[in-house]
Design a protein around this ligand. Structure first.
Ligand SMILES: [Zn+2]
Length: 459
């Protein structure tokens, strides 16, 4: 996964092409560094090593001179939790120094810096401070306050940045999600196989069905280890992590009988139908697909934790979850597991797995704070979404939103003096490539594409 997988222009590309100056530090998925009107420092998913991580490339040397040992992305791979915590603290220090330095040295209309350390810390260290987490007692004593200390450090970093910006500057503090405990995962690959949606080919599949009949199936299900590997282990770092996850999934998929497999899982935790005309060895007709999706959804929604709480928060179809010309790349079913539903023992449960290296997980609600000359004091924001952030920032810079942006400018947070003078406008496109040449390369047969289009599978 890289910058090139993002189909629409980021806010800094839009501003760059409109002649505005931008500075971007550590945005996830910003490698390879795109050319912008200003500068960009890559973050999460940078592959590491000698790969360039800045635009312009020469900026790296300048940055490393100003901030020796700058951490582009914290590498958690193969590290003890205490070492991870130390590294995260160091990372905040270097990110703050880099932010302060670049903010002063360069001109910008939008300066955007991302601290990913709170996310990493809560994934890995949540149970250390949460007394109610079943893994709490296993965590090192030294890490009891690590998450809270890290937030204090981040708060101080925000304070240090605020102290340096000019009075006139508007500041947005945004998180892209909240956090909560992670108690249990659901073994979707195993469930799909047991239910017969995934069918393995050859002797293995035969052996399995024979063993299933005589009741020793679960003891010898070693193949699942390969399936689960991408979900359980921190395999590598940066983009290499995704590559190795993809490779082990591909290895497993190569063992499947695609002439019998009706639905399979995706690396982002969703389910795809083996749809005729769309998937390389598709067997499910579009008419059957509708029924199949409903069947899978209703079966999964029946799953309950031992305390009666539902295992899934929701399951949406692709059409319910997404729109736009690239939505057919998404899973056909988007599956949201209720990670916090139950914190008791999962012993003996076939599909529920206890939390492993991650004891914290994302929750839907994040933070949105705005302050500055044009911002109303004390105004509460209701019903805002992550999709509203870029439109709101563009609006504040007197720039039109693009035609396709889903979100809205949160005009209610601005003073009447500002908002009455600035109507919301939409102009130009978000797409990087003309739609006629991209997005439908997977549909070679135009007739099939037409049919899928008429049924809403593609747009
Ligand atoms: Zn995260």
């Amino acid at each position: 996964m890289s910058t090139l997988d993002i189909k629409t222009k980021t806010i800094w590309e839009l501003l760059s092409e409109r002649g505005r100056k931008v500075g971007v530090i550590n945005d996830p998925c910003s490698y390879p560094a795109l050319q912008v009107n200003g500068f960009l420092v890559c973050g999460m998913l940078w592959p590491g090593g000698e790969q360039p991580y800045t635009y312009p490339e020469s900026l790296a040397a300048e940055l490393e001179k100003a901030v020796p040992n700058y951490i582009v992305d914290v590498n958690l791979h193969n590290k003890e939790k205490i070492e991870i915590a130390k590294e995260l603290f160091r990372s905040i220090d270097t990110r703050l120094q880099a932010s302060l330095y670049l903010m002063k040295q360069h001109d910008w209309d939008l300066f955007w810096t991302v601290f990913t350390e709170s996310d990493r810390a809560q994934h890995r260290l949540w149970a250390a401070w949460d007394k109610t987490h079943p893994r709490h007692a296993d965590e090192p004593e030294e890490l009891r306050t690590a998450v809270l200390d890290l937030y204090e450090k981040l708060d101080a970093a925000v304070g240090a940045i605020l102290a340096e910006v000019e009075q006139e500057t508007t500041v947005f503090i945004v998180s892209d999600h909240g956090f909560g405990p992670f108690y249990a995962a659901f073994d979707l690959p195993k469930w799909l196989l047991d239910e017969g949606y995934i069918v393995e080919r050859g002797e293995k599949a035969f052996l399995k069905s024979a063993l299933k009949k005589i009741g020793v199936f679960d003891e010898v299900a070693s193949v699942y280890k390969a399936v689960r590997k991408p979900f359980e282990k921190e395999i590598a770092y940066g983009t290499n992590k995704f590559k190795s996850q993809e490779a082990s999934t591909e290895d497993y998929f190569a063992k499947l009988d695609w002439s019998k497999t009706r639905a399979y899982y995706t690396l982002d935790g969703g389910i795809r139908i083996n749809l005729k005309g769309r998937e390389p060895y598709g067997i499910v007709s579009v008419e059957e697909a509708e029924e199949l999706k409903e069947q899978i959804r209703s079966k999964l929604l029946e799953h309950k934790f031992p305390n009666g709480e539902p295992v899934f928060r929701y399951i949406l179809t692709q059409q319910e979850a997404f729109n736009g010309p690239y939505s057919h790349f998404a899973p056909d079913l988007v599956v949201a597991i209720n990670h916090t539903g139950y914190n008791g023992s999962l012993k003996g449960n076939k599909y529920l797995m206890p939390s492993n290296h991650n004891t914290g997980e994302h929750t839907p609600y994040g933070v949105f704070i705005a302050c500055g000359k044009n911002i109303k004091q004390g105004q509460k924001v209701e019903g805002a979404s992550l999709k509203d952030v870029a439109p709101t920032v563009l609006y504040h810079l007197n720039e039109p939103l693009t035609i396709e942006m889903d979100g809205r400018a949160l005009t209610e947070i601005f003073t009447p003096e500002f908002s009455t003078k600035h109507p919301v406008e939409r102009k130009g496109t978000s797409y990087r490539q003309p739609l006629s040449t991209e997005g439908e390369e997977m549909f070679e047969d135009e007739a099939v594409a037409d049919k899928l289009r008429s049924l809403g599978y593609i747009q």
